[in-house]
Ligand binder design. Structure first.
Ligand code: NAD
Ligand code: DAU
Length: 359
């Protein structure tokens, strides 16, 4: 019989990718999503008539609802993708991140643990709780520091990273205290189709297409390690299948790039596939006031998941980025719908006060 999985945050960027892959594998998916500004059912449009994708509009912090879902659907696993996920928003409204990422996860853990304790031994043994986390919990690296390992101490710098670190600690604590069979993944920066255009790659791409300035924070020399969202989701599925309970697994693309290089690469691809009337898209690059507490570099050592579970990324950054840009160009309607009034307000709030200097 195929698995049943309860997924939180399955209408977001990464969660929806996981839901689509899970349905391709034949798993039944219960998708609990609050539909915040980042949640979008259009991400799951292809599952419209799919009876094995059960969408539930609700909050993972709603204990009564989660209890009912667990009893009714008896999932083999719970995967927690739901979160407030944008660093800049966490700087302007930290409490929202504590509410969702810390309190929401704590409530979910408590309800799942109580239900799990009531299961017969074999079902209890087979059950897994997988928590999707980030490399940002490890803090920041200098240019020549070794990449983050699973054993690297946590040293979060933004309210977002601190809230994710707190939720990771709770997940570990529920394993140590109650024996809940948890798995934890810490992944680097994702890119790919359906990413909300507050994040670097879709934001730069859409600004470029609109002929607007491309707002690079600080010097643009900060480094991120990029991984295609489909590779992240395949890694999560592999950890769920064969990871050791109580363990964490780092996931990354071994694809470090400075922000400026990423933005220039987006411009080059656009110059090629959608040339401007005159000049290059790179002419739009504008340096703006830096993000406070901006982590300089993230890099992931993913040798553990490679060696233990045989996972490898399938996409390379150059072709993955090209395909991602093609997806946005071919899905202008998706973009139009997500750039609603609330999105425009966010753009005003985050960017209006940043002083600009032309490249
Ligand atoms: P996202 O912001 O695109 O989506 C988050 C989803 O969670 C949305 O659908 C939202 O509606 C839902 N949600 C928020 N609060 C909820 C609640 N209380 N109950 C139920 N649903 C709720 O985020 P994403 O980029 O897809 O990230 C998913 C997860 O992966 C997050 O936990 C994030 O920390 C982690 N992560 C993201 C990246 C990245 O590069 N985007 C990298 C590593 C890890
Ligand atoms: O590392 C994993 C993390 O990656 C995830 O946990 C987060 O959920 C996800 O949002 C992402 O965090 P970042 O802060 O790295 O992503 P973001 O796309 O916001 O920014 C990437 C880099 O680009 C970062 O150094 C800041 C810079 N940047 C970002 C924006 C939005 C700019 O220079 N200009 C911008 O307008």
């Amino acid at each position: 019989m195929h698995k049943t999985v309860l997924i939180t945050g399955g209408a977001g960027f990464i969660g929806s990718c996981y839901v689509l892959q899970a349905r391709q594998r034949g798993e039944r998916v219960i998708n609990l999503d609050k539909l915040t500004y980042a949640g979008n059912l259009e991400n799951l449009a292809t599952l419209h008539d799919d009876a094995a994708h059960i969408f539930v509009h609700g909050d993972m912090g709603n204990a009564e609802l989660v209890r009912w879902l667990l009893r009714h659907y008896q999932p083999d696993a719970v995967l927690n993708f739901a979160a407030e996920s944008h660093v800049d928003r966490s700087i302007l409204d930290p409490e929202a991140f504590v509410r969702t990422n810390v309190l929401g996860t704590a409530s979910l853990l408590r309800v799942v643990t109580t239900w799990w304790q009531s299961l017969p031994p074999l079902q209890q043994q087979a059950f897994r709780f997988l928590h999707v986390s980030t490399d940002e919990v490890f803090g920041t690296l200098r240019e020549d520091d070794p990449a983050f390992q699973e054993t690297t101490p946590y040293r979060p710098n933004s309210p977002y990273a601190a809230s994710k670190a707190a939720s990771d600690h709770l997940v570990r604590a529920f394993h140590e205290t109650y024996g809940l069979p948890v798995l934890l993944t810490n992944c680097s920066n994702n890119y790919g189709p359906r990413q909300f255009p507050e994040k670097l790659i879709p934001l730069m791409l859409l600004h470029a297409l609109d002929g607007r300035p491309l707002p690079v924070y600080g010097t643009g020399r900060n480094i991120r390690d990029w991984l295609h969202v489909e590779d992240h989701c395949l890694a999560i599925a592999r950890v769920l299948e064969a990871g050791r309970p109580g363990q964490s697994y780092n996931i990354g693309g071994r694809s470090e790039r400075s922000n400026l290089d990423v933005v220039r690469q987006i411009c080059q691809i656009l110059d090629d596939v959608r040339p401007r009337r005159s000049g290059s898209y790179a002419d739009l690059i504008t340096f703006v006031a830096d993000r406070p507490g901006h982590d300089f570099r993230y890099a992931i050592d993913c040798s553990k998941i490679e060696a233990e579970l045989g996972w490898r990324p399938r996409h390379d950054f150059a072709s993955g980025l090209r395909e991602t840009i093609a997806w946005y160009l071919n899905n202008a309607e998706w973009t139009e719908h997500v750039r609603s009034g609330a999105y425009r307000e966010w753009m005003q709030r985050n960017y209006a006060s940043r002083t600009e200097a032309k490249a």
